[in-house]
Design a binder for this molecule. Structure first.
Ligand code: MRU
Length: 343
């Protein structure tokens, strides 16, 4: 995504990998829509987009002659926050923007705008830095063992899902560069196909060897003993270390434990929700039935089919071997380990 001249340009991820097209938003309503419709997706990326959406609302308020305050921007805050409910980075970024505005409300309007613009840029650049730090820390956990030189990943957690090189996929990149990997098994990630459409596309461009698999092939792949780690991102980490991530992640964690494969979650601290006591308290987004009953707009189920389409699931902390953040790794995360990340 690129912010320039009061416009947010986002690469339309719904069209990848076959078409590379950009959408352009000039107001917060448009940004909320591209987040809701998943033209831009991935927890850190939607946080950064929301910050720029808030900035666009601030520009609109000034242009209309309104006083630029947190109260004036409350409708934009609410519209952006409601775009997707599970990824906490969205509300985290909006709270950073609102907190910034609150501290500069005594300054004149243009100065408030400049501070908000700097805040949005900082949210973006901190994500880039966090990605680099997490990638190195995570890659350091992977042994160069040629017998078990493969990892397995789910969904898309790369450059498309963040402002930088990615979370779980950033670890893959650094591990590959360090000669610690033979390759990556990529779950296709039904129903939205983030794995086949986006992760495979990113890995191809990086010339990192991969094998695209159906989600249902993961068990037999792990049973072969070639995989050392399952590596995933997160949309929200609860205070006790439970992790909400793309639907299918929980199943992978159970499979990994059964097969003696280690399970790594890679997420910046902006994905940790310390106000959320445990995974059961995380709101799980339900997406439209058509995502399951159709593939690329073609029906693959009987007309009138009744669908249940949760976009995320919760992996209990007890199934996680390492939580990797930009400030450090928590082995076997629990409430105390998560709290230490904020000391
Ligand atoms: O529905 P999506 O595609 O936004 O879901 C994305 C995921 O579940 C990712 O694993 C998560 O946001 C981490 S992205 C660095």
């Amino acid at each position: 995504m690129k912010y320039k001249d009061k416009r947010l340009h986002v690469l339309d991820q719904r069209l990848l990998p076959h078409r590379v097209e950009w959408l352009c938003c000039s107001d917060a309503t448009c940004v909320a829509k591209v987040i809701r419709d998943m033209a831009v997706r991935g927890a850190p990326a939607i946080g950064v987009a929301a910050a720029y959406g808030y900035l666009l609302a601030a520009h609109a308020a000034i242009a209309q002659g309104d006083d630029l305050t947190v109260t004036t921007l409350e409708p934009a805050y609410r519209e952006l926050a409601a775009a997707r409910p599970t990824a906490v980075n969205l509300v985290w970024a909006l709270d950073c923007m609102a907190a910034c505005l609150r501290t500069v409300e005594s300054l004149e309007g243009d100065e408030r705008l400049r501070r908000l613009s700097a805040e949005a840029q900082m949210i973006e650049s901190r994500d880039v830095e966090a990605n680099l730090a997490m990638s190195q820390l995570g890659a350091g956990l992977i042994d160069s063992d040629s017998e078990r030189g493969w990892v397995l990943t789910h969904c898309n957690t790369g450059a498309l899902a963040t402002a930088g090189q990615g979370t779980a996929l950033g670890v893959v990149r650094d591990a590959w560069a360090a000669g610690r990997l033979r390759g990556v098994f990529v779950d296709e990630t039904r129903p939205w196909l983030q794995g086949s459409r986006l992760t495979a596309w990113e890995l191809q461009q990086e010339s990192i060897p991969y094998r695209l698999i159906c989600d249902s092939a993961a068990a037999s792949v792990l049973a072969t003993g070639q995989v050392s780690w399952v590596i995933v991102g997160a949309d929200r980490v609860a205070a006790n270390g439970d992790v909400a991530n793309k639907i299918g992640t929980y199943a992978l964690a159970v499979l990994a434990r059964h097969h003696g494969v280690k399970f790594m979650v890679v997420a910046p601290r902006s994905t940790i929700d310390r106000d959320c006591a445990h995974g059961g308290a995380i709101e799980i987004e339900e997406r439209p039935a058509s995502e399951v009953s159709e593939i690329a707009g073609r029906p693959v189920a009987p007309e009138g089919v009744v669908v249940y389409n949760p976009a995320f699931d919760v992996t209990p902390a007890g199934l996680i071997d390492a939580l990797v953040t930009e400030v450090g790794v928590v082995r076997r995360p629990d409430r105390a380990g998560v709290a230490r990340l904020f000391e």
